[in-house]
Design a binder for this molecule. Sequence first.
Ligand SMILES: [Zn+2]
Length: 312
Amino acid sequence: MEYIRKQRWANYLSPKCKEYLRNDFSHECAYCKLQEQEVGIVGLDFFEIDHFKPQSLNLPDTHKYHNLYYSCEKCNNEKSDIWDTKLLDPCTDDIFSGINPAIIGGKKENHYKYIAKNDRGTFYINTFKLNSRTQIRFRKARENHENSLHTINTLIDEILLKFQHNAELHDLKDLIFQLDNLRHLKQQELDKLPKDEMFEKAEEYLNDKGIENSLVFEEYNIDFKMKFNGSTYYCELLVDNSLEEKTEYRKNISVEKLTTWFEKLNSNFGILFYYPRINRMYFYPVSNNMTLPEITDGKKIRQIKINDKCLL
Ligand SMILES: [Zn+2]
């Protein structure tokens, strides 16, 4: 399989859905592997939410998160309403990787063409037109980029090894270390991709208040990790676009979600409740206010009442 899906309580209409998908699918198209960085500044807009089993089938689960895939505009259009059980699923089948990939090639030695190993591979290549000129151009550019990076890495490793025992060349050594640091910045490139506006604003709010935080996109709708009163909390972000603050806010949290949080998160957790239009954010530390037995002990708490919230 190409991707491991995370568990999320989201669906097609959830405002956070696309941001969850792009993170769970590593900022690339689930079908053709085109990366956001490869389409430049328009990256985010060129990617869409695809229904794996198309909406035209009218299935009850069609808008549920597990049926939604991050897809480039091109693949989403090519796939359209096509449905066939032959279609390989990037979340369950070995397509380009794994023990028995259905599709191989795509490298220089095959002139960047993909080669199907079975019927399903052929069907997949044809559905997404993976051997089209555009797709081949992208694969060629990607391989060239990866090769240059590989060459740079090998060279730096060699040079570092030579300098290890030679103290006289100290200045040059510093320079090489700077280069070495530079190549490790690659991972941080992902952080620089534009995020959904609501996450950017929430991040900004927390930074302005001097609250240590990071956007994590962990499983189970955990969006932020943040320090509060000396403890670290994992938080879900909820946004209310009202122009006025509600005097009392009730948020339904399903028993399933609460028990999952208690059972799976070995940490404090809570909810960040944010009014972007009036620029106010509250924190509700859920784990401080209830325990697992309270939920599972037949009481079935379906609502948590956010009244002892803290204004951040
Ligand atoms: Zn694609």
